[in-house]
Design a protein around this ligand. Structure first.
Ligand SMILES: [Zn+2]
Length: 265
């Protein structure tokens, strides 16, 4: 009889946000945190865990109508929306890095890593959640924030669990019908699918938790309103009802390959 040594067997995925301890989320733009972790943040705060969120930019250039929404106007709107959205998830501690949308890769890398390391050190998280090196959608800001968070954790909280947002085959199948109309994924091959057996955390949100996540997402209407209306709320709910994460250690060997997926913001 052959048995897999226990050290080679993957640990079972965390399915209860209460088990994540103090959580620090590190994201690039308003709504990244809501799409990828609103359920996690809400469940964690509900369980009494501390949750802190970092957002690098206000996404002020993310509009198809820049004349109607000049950057300073859109930045103000998105700052209000983000505060409201985080409040829905029970998150009251938030850090804005105040960078210009789309410029993360052009920022002085070491300075940003140290700045983030200062926050990581002060929060002393048990778990850090962020993008993987793929940046989920291939957005360069996302990829850059992933690199900063990864280095900041190594400097300031090397024992903290580092989780990268990922998707499952189920998510991709649900999303595929909308892909043509809403191609938020900038590179063929994205989003990356992680086999369920390789997930470090998988939160399957209850209907009440999805309700709360939808409220958090709707709070950021300047980014989510059109999408929800076009996809239809029922399909949108199905689509975003699972939040999946992979441990940084299990993907690091592939990071260099993903890092070549640089797409202009
Ligand atoms: Zn983003």
């Amino acid at each position: 009889m052959s048995r897999t040594p226990s050290s080679l067997r993957p640990a079972p995925a965390i399915t209860d946000a209460a088990d994540l301890g103090t959580v620090l989320g590190v994201w690039a733009h308003p709504d990244d945190e809501a799409f990828l972790s609103a359920g996690l943040m809400a469940a964690a705060t509900e369980a009494g865990n501390r949750v802190v969120c970092v957002t690098a930019t206000l996404g002020e250039h993310g509009t198809a109508e820049p004349e109607r929404w000049p950057p300073e106007r859109l930045a103000a709107v998105r700052a209000h929306e983000l505060r409201a959205s985080l409040a829905v998830a029970g998150v009251t501690e938030h850090h804005l890095l105040g960078l210009v949308d789309g410029t993360c890769a052009a920022q002085p890398h070491d300075a940003l890593v140290w700045r983030l390391a200062g926050i990581v050190g002060a929060v002393a998280p048990d778990t850090i959640v962020t993008f993987g090196p793929d940046g989920m959608t291939g957005h360069e800001d996302h990829q850059t924030v992933s690199a900063w968070a990864t280095e900041a954790r190594a400097l300031a909280a090397p024992r903290a669990r580092l989780l990268y947002a990922t998707t499952t085959e189920e998510f991709v199948q649900r999303w595929e019908p909308a892909r043509e109309a809403f191609d938020v994924f900038l590179v063929d091959g994205l989003p990356l699918r992680t086999p369920a057996s390789a997930l470090a955390a998988e939160l399957r949100l209850t209907p009440a938790e999805v309700d709360r996540k939808i409220v958090a997402l709707r709070a950021q209407a300047s980014q989510t309103g059109g999408l929800i209306a076009a996809v239809g709320e029922e399909r949108f709910r199905q689509w975003w009802s699972t939040e999946a994460f992979v441990a940084a250690e299990s993907v690091s060997a592939r990071a260099r390959e993903w890092g070549t997926w640089r797409v202009a913001a």
